[in-house]
Design a protein. Structure first.
Length: 168
C-alpha cells in the first residue's frame, strides 16, 4: 500500500510498505526515487555539484567508495543535473519506527565510532531519518554533506552531542 505525505512545505514523500519510494525536496532541488534495484538521487538546477559537501562529484564518489564500498552503483553529471545511484541498504529509518533508550545509546556509540573511522572526513547528518536499523545492524544514509571535517575530533563529538540533543 502506498501513502503520501508532506512533511514541510518543500518536502513531499511517498512510501510503500514503510519504505520511501519517492521524495522531492523543492527547497534543495533534489529528488529520490526507489527503482527496482537501487535508489536514485537527482539534484537539479545550476551547478548541482555545489550541493555536495565536497563540491565535486568525483571526490564525493571517491570518498564514498573508500568508506562505503559498493554503496555507489552509478553516477553522472551535466550542467543542470547530477545523479547518483545507491545500493538499497537493509532496514528501516529510525524516524519511521522509533527506538528505545538502549537503542539510542547504541546508535550514539555507532555514530561516535563512525567519526573516528572516517577521520579526517566526517558525515555531519546525524538524525533518525538518516539512520537505518536492521536487527542489530545500523547504516547511515544521505551522505551529501560528507566532507573534510575542518574541525577537531573533540568538536566533531561536540557536534554529535548537539545533534543527538536536537533530534533524538
Amino acid at each position: 500500500m502506498a501513502n503520501s505525505r508532506k512533511v514541510k512545505d518543500h518536502i513531499s514523500t511517498k512510501k510503500k510498505n514503510g519504505y520511501v519510494i519517492y521524495q522531492e525536496n523543492t527547497k534543495h532541488n533534489r529528488k529520490i526515487i526507489r527503482l527496482e534495484d537501487r535508489y536514485r538521487k537527482i539534484w537539479y538546477g545550476d551547478n548541482p555539484q555545489e550541493k555536495l559537501g565536497t563540491k565535486n562529484l568525483n571526490e564525493h564518489v571517491r570518498l564514498l567508495n573508500k568508506f562505503m564500498p559498493g554503496y555507489v552503483l552509478d553516477y553522472g553529471l551535466s550542467d543542470k543535473v547530477m545523479v547518483i545511484d545507491y545500493k538499497i541498504l537493509p532496514g528501516k529509518r529510525l524516524g519511521d519506527i522509533g527506538y528505545d533508550d538502549e537503542q539510542k545509546e547504541n546508535i550514539y556509540d555507532y555514530c561516535s565510532s563512525h567519526i573516528v573511522s572516517t577521520w579526517p572526513y566526517a558525515y555531519f547528518e546525524w538524525n533518525p531519518w538518516n539512520i537505518l536499523i536492521d536487527g542489530d545492524s545500523l547504516y547511515l544514509i544521505d551522505w551529501d554533506n560528507f566532507q573534510h571535517a575542518k574541525r577537531s575530533l573533540k568538536k566533531m563529538h561536540d557536534l554529535l552531542d548537539y545533534k543527538f540533543l536536537l533530534h533524538f
